[in-house]
Structure formats: structure tokens, C-alpha cells
Design a protein around this ligand. Structure first.
Ligand SMILES: [Zn+2]
Ligand SMILES: [Zn+2]
Length: 646
């Protein structure tokens, strides 16, 4: 008998050699029907793999990431089977699962292939899936494996085989298709109920541009037809919300090749949005005890040699700027931290002066490969909502709590209600790798975990993910479409204070080294605005909307009244525009809707005569007529509620 430990801590006894699927059956038939694979002592295996010894076992279903991965990778085999049936002689590269679905790299021997053929492959896959063919695992000798793929004349599989050791090679066969694979796979093809081929692209064999270009087919499958429909809906919705598309339509930002790739130009409306975000955070930071500072966009090369950034980024980033004076070299600022260290050093610090919190909306420049650039999320020049906290080791925990408070306040005010965190700690078996005193690390790591717990932040701990200079906490938010985005970060740093020889005088009158904490709730304003656009589909909350209102005179007769109304709104810090165009009111309303303006203020004969305004609200329609004061009270109440700005 062997003991099997389940994730909830329960232990049950089974005969040695029991398979995960049998274990599932012993619990319930319903569970057994949904088991795709199993995790046995951290290794994902086929649900039919016998378990010989005591083990921890997790039965994997569609609800587990690893279950999904196994499902999608198995679907890649099914797609290959369909392709081989439809295009005999096709050669196969690799077919892994990816975050959403899977792909297979294939060589069609020069045959034309495009999205017109998708339907035929999808139909074939579903036909094969209905046969419920088992994925059969078979160990093979290397010589036999080579013989098999020589017979098939598949040079890709033969090359993959070269790197494998005899005795470790397995084949998997389902239906008429056999693949070289170490597995694991789902029990049989019948689990696959819906299929969608998504796109086709060229991909170099083994990612090497000197080698053959293959055809990469991306696809996705689901165990229920309904889930495919939902996925396709989200895909469409993501396209509709793409920040590059909306950024252009709403005139928020632009790129110009003449200015340079990856260097965003903030248009007037985008700048208003950005300034509102900055001001919001600036006010919150002042309340939290930060001191704003400003530092230049460049710094001498020596500064970054001292900080270590030159050694790390120097070769792969923008190259030094030379001056007319011989030997002077400057770098575009890749990080704000070295500048802030120099601010710390402008005067002697005592333990009573700490923590010192320096905040800057600092623009930094990093050279990203042109292929990596993507809208506002990957750019070459961006502004961090950066701050550095210099504190005593005994203050780390308190400062961490305060930063988490600030970050959560920001997320909630901006409509992100689902968030989580990753805590990155040292690899406990390799302490040599990290700088700083052991006891400080232990204190800081415990402080991070304690503050995450105390603040009720859902988090996962990753060992070995800390930087060599300190542990950190990264925030993830989930957007309206359920997508996860990595946002701000809090990072403890023992290295820069050492490199810059930062000191403070302790209560013992001795010199001590402060700890530095880097933190940025948004990460960068560019990336954050991109995420905000996609999360709201451009329907920003009132306080952030570039145009909060549009005053729409029914005809030119009411222009003066419209102007007068707008002036009074501006005095109360409400912004927007008066639509003076010689257009029908219906057209003016439609255009304001397309521009996603939250409030429309319509003025005509009746309004002018009675000194009132008629209000339309986006998403709600007509609110009726009221005095301007009554409207301003509504608008201001909405702004205050959203920013929680009491
Ligand atoms: Zn496989
Ligand atoms: Zn920093």
C-alpha cells in the first residue's frame, strides 16, 4: 500500500501502481470524467501513469493552469493529425501550448497555406476528436525512433532526436498520428469539443533566422462549445479596446517616425488625462509624507558607472552623448535612483531624519528593440511615478505597509478592484548570490510577507525570484476582460546605498547604512494609461475624462448663452468644449457620444428663457432640465466620490 496526500492535506491509502484516473474514480465518477492529467510530486504526468510510492497528488482539470496546458498541447497533436490527413507529407517541428491555446510549426513543402484552409482543418480535428482516440505513450529506443522519422523523411524530428538520450525517448500515438514527445497528454481526443484556428505566421526553425522558415499555425480548443464563444467574444472586445486604436480615435497620443520609434507624443487631450493622474498621485504622496524632487534627463556616465547601471545596460542601450569638450560623456537617464542617491548625499543625515521619501515623475530612456515596441506598453522614453524611500532597517516593515496602502488606494480610485501580488524572495539554497547582511534580508523578507498579510493582499511567494540586491513585491491587476497586467512594484535595495556610500548617524553616534526602497504604483504613466484605456474602453471616470462635458447650442442663436454657461463651468474646474459648428443638434450629440464625453449640456430656446440647462449623461440618457448650479453639484459629487478625495 502507498499513501497519497491530496492538496487539502487529506491522506488516503491505495495499492502501489494505482493511476491518477483510478484515484479520481475512487473519489467520484464525475471527477474522473474531468481529469486531464495529474501532478505527482511536482511533476505533471498522464492520468494513466502508475504511482509506485507515497506521493503528493493533485488531479488536474480544465480549471488548473497545468490542466489547460496539457489540454492545449494535446490539441496540437490533434491538429497535426488533421494536417497530416489533409496534407500528406507535411513535416512537423514543435507544437507547444502557449498562454492562450497552442501552435504547431509545420513545413508544407512549399504548398500554399492561408486562413482559407482553417475551416477544413477545424472540421477534420472535430471529426477525429469524435473518435475518442486515446493518447498512447510508448518508450522507444533511439535507433528505432530515428528509423521511424527517417522513413517519414522528417528532418525536424530527426534533429530534435539528436539532442535526446537513448532510454529517455517516448512516442505518443493517437489515431493515425505518432509524435515524438515526452508528454503528458489528456486521456483521449474526445475531451476536445470546440476548435478555432486563429492565425498563421512565418517562424524560423528553432528561432534562428538563418534556418528554414516554417509555417506556424496558432489555434485554441475548449472542452465546451460555449467557452469558445466566450473566448471569441473577449478577443473581439480586446480588439475594440486596443489602446493603440482608442488612443488615436480619442486623440490622446500619437507616434511619429520622424520623431523616432517608441517615443510617444502626448496630444492635448492625452496630456490632460496624464496631468490629472499625476496630480492625483502627487496629492496622495504629499499626504503620505513624500517630498517631490526634480532631476535632469541626463547624467554623467560616471554616475551610472557608480550605480552599476552602465555595466548592466550600457552596451544594449542608448550610447553616451559626447560634448564639444573632450572626454565628457553623458547618458540619457535609464533610472532615477542614482540621482536620488545624490540628493540624499547633499547633507549629513541622522537617524531622526529617516525615512526620507523622495518622489519624482521622472522620464527615463531605455533602448528597446524595434520589434519589441508596442503602443504605450513598450516604449523607449517613459515617465515613471518613481519614489525612493531611504530608511533604517527597523523601518522597512512600516514603510512597506504605507506603500501598500498608497498603491491600493490608487488602484481602487482608478477602478481596479481585483489585484494580487507576487513576493519575490531569495533562493534559500544559494545565499552567495545575494549582497547585504543575512539578518537584514531575513527581516526585510519577513516584513514584506507580514505587510502583504496584514493588508489582506492575495499573494504568491516565489523563491529565487528576488534581485541579487533585494527582495520585492509586484502588483498584478485584473482588468474588465479578466486579463492580468503587471503594474507597480516595491523593491528593497541594499546595493545602491553601498555603491553610493550613503550613511546616517545612528542614536549610538555611529555611522550606519540606510536601506533604500524603490516603488512605483503605476510603473510608468505610459503603460498605466494604456491599461486604463483598455480597462475602461475609453470611458474614463468623470474626474479623468479629458473632456468632461460638451455644451451644445441647438442653433447659433444660443451661442452667447452657451458661452456664458461654459465660462461658469470653467470657473468651477469643469472642462470640455462648446460645439459651435453649424450642425444639427442630433449630429452634435452623436459626435459627443463617439468622443465618449460624460455630460452633454443642451441649450435652446426654452433653456435660455428659463435660465436652465438640459443634461444628457453618457450611458444614462436624458436627465432633464435643471439650473446650472444643480448640474455642477451633480458633477462635483461624482468627482469626489470617485477620487475618494475628502
Ligand atoms: Zn505531446
Ligand atoms: Zn529606483
Amino acid at each position: 500500500m502507498i499513501k497519497i496526500t491530496f492538496p487539502d492535506g487529506n491522506i488516503r491509502e491505495y495499492n502501489s501502481g494505482v493511476t491518477p484516473i483510478e484515484v479520481a474514480l475512487s473519489i467520484s465518477e464525475g471527477l474522473a470524467r474531468n481529469v486531464l492529467a495529474a501532478k505527482v510530486d511536482d511533476q505533471v504526468v498522464d492520468a494513466s501513469t502508475p504511482i509506485q510510492n507515497d506521493a503528493r497528488v493533485q488531479l488536474l482539470t480544465w480549471n488548473d493552469t497545468e490542466g489547460k496546458k496539457t489540454f492545449w498541447h494535446s490539441s496540437a497533436h490533434l491538429m497535426a493529425e488533421a494536417i497530416e490527413a489533409l496534407y500528406p507529407g507535411t513535416k512537423f517541428g514543435i507544437g507547444p501550448a502557449i498562454e492562450n491555446g497552442f501552435y504547431y510549426d509545420i513545413d508544407l513543402g512549399g504548398k500554399e497555406f492561408g486562413s482559407d484552409q482553417f475551416k477544413q482543418i477545424e472540421d477534420k480535428m472535430l471529426e477525429l476528436a469524435r473518435q475518442k482516440s486515446e493518447y498512447l505513450r510508448k518508450p522507444v529506443a533511439k535507433a528505432d525512433a530515428i528509423a521511424y522519422f527517417q522513413e517519414k523523411d522528417d528532418e525536424y524530428k530527426l534533429e530534435l532526436l539528436e539532442g535526446l538520450e537513448d532510454g529517455s525517448i517516448t512516442f505518443y500515438t493517437q489515431g493515425n498520428f505518432t509524435d515524438l514527445c515526452r508528454g503528458p497528454h489528456i486521456p483521449q481526443t474526445g475531451f476536445i469539443k470546440s476548435v478555432k484556428l486563429l492565425s498563421v505566421a512565418g517562424a524560423y526553425w528553432r528561432g534562428d533566422e538563418k534556418r528554414k522558415q516554417m509555417t506556424r499555425i496558432y489555434a485554441i480548443t475548449f472542452p465546451k462549445a460555449k467557452e469558445l464563444e466566450e473566448y471569441l467574444f473577449l478577443l473581439e472586445e480586446a480588439k475594440r479596446r486596443d489602446h493603440r486604436k482608442l488612443g488615436k480615435e480619442l486623440e490622446l497620443f500619437a507616434f511619429s517616425e520622424k520623431v523616432g520609434l517608441g517615443l510617444p507624443l502626448w496630444l492635448p487631450k492625452g496630456t490632460i488625462l496624464r496631468e490629472r493622474l499625476e496630480n492625483f498621485l502627487r496629492r496622495a504622496q504629499v499626504r503620505a509624507g513624500y517630498s517631490p524632487v526634480v532631476t535632469p534627463h541626463i547624467g554623467s556616465k560616471e554616475l551610472y558607472v557608480t550605480s552599476g547601471h552602465y555595466a548592466k545596460y550600457g552596451k544594449d542601450s542608448f550610447q553616451p552623448i559626447n560634448t564639444p569638450d573632450e572626454g565628457e560623456e553623458f547618458l540619457l537617464k535609464p533610472m532615477n535612483c542614482p540621482h536620488h542617491c545624490e540628493i540624499y548625499k547633499t547633507k549629513p543625515r541622522s537617524y531622526k531624519d529617516l525615512p526620507l521619501r523622495l518622489a519624482e515623475f521622472g522620464t527615463v530612456y531605455r533602448y528597446e528593440q524595434s520589434g519589441e515596441l508596442h503602443g504605450l506598453t513598450r516604449v523607449r522614453g517613459f515617465t515613471q511615478d518613481d519614489a525612493h524611500i531611504f530608511c533604517r532597517p527597523d523601518q522597512v516593515e512600516d514603510e512597506f505597509m504605507k506603500v501598500i496602502d498608497l498603491v491600493l488606494y490608487v488602484f481602487k480610485a482608478l477602478g481596479f478592484h481585483e489585484f494580487s501580488a507576487q513576493v519575490s524572495l531569495r533562493d534559500k539554497t544559494d545565499r552567495e548570490k545575494y549582497i547585504g547582511r543575512d539578518e537584514d534580508w531575513e527581516k526585510a523578507e519577513a516584513a514584506i510577507i507580514k505587510s502583504a498579510q496584514e493588508k489582506g493582499l492575495p499573494y504568491v511567494v516565489e523563491y529565487g525570484e528576488a534581485a541579487f540586491y533585494g527582495p520585492k513585491l509586484d502588483f498584478m491587476v485584473r482588468d474588465a476582460l479578466g486579463r492580468k497586467w503587471q503594474l507597480g512594484t516595491i523593491q528593497v535595495d541594499y546595493q545602491l546605498p553601498q555603491r553610493f556610500e550613503l550613511e546616517y548617524t545612528g542614536s549610538d553616534n555611529q555611522k550606519h547604512r540606510p536601506v533604500m526602497i524603490h516603488r512605483a504604483p503605476f510603473g510608468s504613466l505610459e503603460r498605466f494609461v494604456a491599461i486604463l484605456i483598455e480597462n475602461t474602453a475609453g470611458n474614463f471616470p468623470l474626474w479623468l475624462s479629458p473632456d468632461q462635458l460638451a455644451v451644445l447650442p441647438i442653433s447659433e442663436k444660443y451661442e452667447d448663452y452657451a458661452n456664458e454657461i461654459y465660462l461658469r463651468l470653467q470657473e468651477r474646474d469643469l472642462r470640455g468644449y462648446v460645439d459651435h459648428r453649424d450642425e444639427k443638434i442630433g449630429r452634435k450629440i452623436r459626435d459627443a457620444e463617439v468622443s465618449k464625453v460624460p455630460f452633454m449640456i443642451i441649450v435652446g430656446d426654452k433653456e435660455q428663457a428659463e435660465g436652465l440647462v438640459s443634461i444628457r449623461k453618457k450611458g444614462q440618457g436624458d436627465l432633464g432640465s435643471m439650473t446650472l448650479d444643480a448640474f455642477m453639484a451633480i458633477a462635483q459629487e461624482e468627482i469626489q466620490q470617485l477620487t475618494h478625495d475628502r
